[in-house]
Design a protein around this ligand. Structure first.
Ligand code: HAM
Length: 441
């Protein structure tokens, strides 16, 4: 029979690596609670409309990258490509932000699905640690989210972090900027949409083999995205474009100033006027964190404010801000930087028996140890003592507990430390207390 591989861009997390996931997830949870965010878990499947209305019709993520299908009832469903829209839906649906002045701070650790071309650091299923705060319009909340995110990286041991921030402003500023950008990017002789299209086609036709369809499409639908495109052609086209902050309204400018003021001294950052990020829902502050060692996909995580999203998804107008941080990329960066995650020193006692009576006794002891939270295992298939020792080694046991004729007679067990090879005899009656002393406190 032929083997069935995992789908492209979907990765298994194997037993040898799962401890790393436990370690970063533990840090994420610890920090979430420390900053007084509570965990939320939302379904991985949502109605497709949620992402069309939430994330944005014109974004690459919705336009080209969703896993969308009709379910058996004929409804269009989408595997979530990101966490924010689902969290907003849940907050509205369960009335978490129904009251005037409601404040809710949540975090999540969850998989997302994007139909992207897989490469290092870019998968079709990736996991994010994310946080969202609702009901707090103050710039201090933007900063709290940024600090939580940066703290997460620091506690995981990431070095060489770079935090870039920008502001798109409120709806008014965004529109003003959009207009300015379209004007800038369109050739001067083509004011109307149709004339512009014709001119663009004429302009680009000779370079057709090198053309990016994305740029053409974006120019009409989402010109902002051209600014932070990685495509050198887009970069060339937008060189010298007016930066978004020139279009900021008074209110947005003061919000962004305040964010920078509060962030000063708390985290190093740089204002990047070309930072736009790939979602339509962003308003005001945006940020992205990159780290050394990631290669082309160097964004560890990013976030921003989305003050209109709750209303756009049918809730009462409620400001929101949050971030998402890719966990696969975090692990790649940690490895590239040679950083060590805290590996819990977990003991594992392997019970070795010689003879049938010893086997029965060890089988009982196995349950007793587990009932006392002492990790233990044993061979269940009557192997030779030599084979049992081999197994204990393969299973990476830290100690063996040996029961043979002599031990049975003397009501003792022999404890062997597999690292040092040292052996000691322990009276059966004292066993539990002795073994408990090996457990992490
Ligand atoms: P995002 O920038 O699309 O933002 O994703 C956040 C992070 O998830 C990225 O910086 C990256 O580390 C990781 N990531 C994204 N796509 C992939 C992929 N295909 N493979 C591996 N890792 C990936 C969001 O998703 C927003 N929801 C963040 C947010 C929350 N903004 C406000 N609240």
């Amino acid at each position: 029979m032929s083997k069935i591989p995992a789908p492209k861009g979907f990765e298994d997390i194997l037993p040898a690596d799962s401890w790393k996931w436990h370690a970063i997830e533990a840090i994420a949870r610890e920090l979430g609670e420390l900053y007084h965010f509570q965990e939320i878990r939302t379904p991985i499947l949502e109605h497709s409309d949620l992402f069309h209305r939430g994330v944005g019709e014109t974004t690459d993520i919705v336009h080209k990258e969703t896993f969308t299908f009709k379910d058996r009832g004929g409804d269009s469903m989408t595997l979530r490509p990101e966490g924010t829209a689902g969290v907003v839906r849940a907050a509205i649906e369960h009335g978490l932000i129904a009251q005037e002045g409601s404040r809710v701070k949540v975090y999540y650790i969850a998989p997302n699905f994007r139909y992207e071309r897989p490469q290092k650091g870019r998968l079709r299923q990736h996991h994010q640690f994310g946080a969202e705060a609702f009901g707090i319009a103050d710039p201090a909340e933007d900063v709290e989210c940024i600090l939580l995110q940066m703290d997460f990286y620091r506690r995981c041991g990431i070095k060489d972090l770079s935090l870039q921030i920008n502001s798109l402003g409120d709806a008014e500023s965004k529109q003003r900027y959009r207009d300015a950008l379209v004007k800038f990017l369109k050739p001067k002789d083509a004011e109307s949409k149709q004339r512009y299209r014709d001119a663009l086609v004429k302009f680009l036709k000779p370079k057709e083999p090198a053309l990016s369809e994305d740029s053409q499409r974006r120019l009409e639908t989402n010109p902002l995205r051209i600014l932070d495109s990685k495509d050198p052609r887009d970069q060339e086209a937008s060189r010298g474009a007016p930066p978004p902050y020139e279009s900021l309204s008074q209110k947005s400018r003061s919000h962004f100033d305040q964010v920078q003021k509060l962030l000063s001294g708390m985290a190093d950052f740089k204002v990047n006027p070309n930072l736009v990020r790939g979602f339509d829902y962003y308003t005001e502050t945006l940020w992205e964190v990159t780290a050394a060692g990631l290669g082309a996909q160097n964004a560890l995580g990013g976030g921003g404010r989305y003050d209109n999203l709750v209303e756009n998804l049918g809730g009462r107008p409620t400001p929101g801000v949050g971030f998402g941080s890719g966990l696969e990329r975090l692990l790649i960066a940690l490895e590239a930087q040679g950083a060590q995650l805290p590996k819990p020193a977990k003991p594992l006692f392997y019970l070795i028996y010689h003879g049938e009576a010893a086997r029965e006794a060890q089988w009982k002891l196995l349950s007793e140890l587990r009932a006392n939270n002492i990790p233990a295992d044993m061979d269940l298939s009557n192997r030779s003592v030599k084979a049992q020792f081999k197994l204990s080694d393969r299973e990476q046991a830290t100690h063996c507990l040996i029961l043979g004729d002599t031990e049975l007679q003397n009501q003792t067990l022999t404890l062997k430390d597999l690292k040092t090879g040292n052996q000691s005899t322990i009276p059966r009656a004292e066993l539990l207390d002795r073994l408990k002393s090996f457990l992490p406190r």
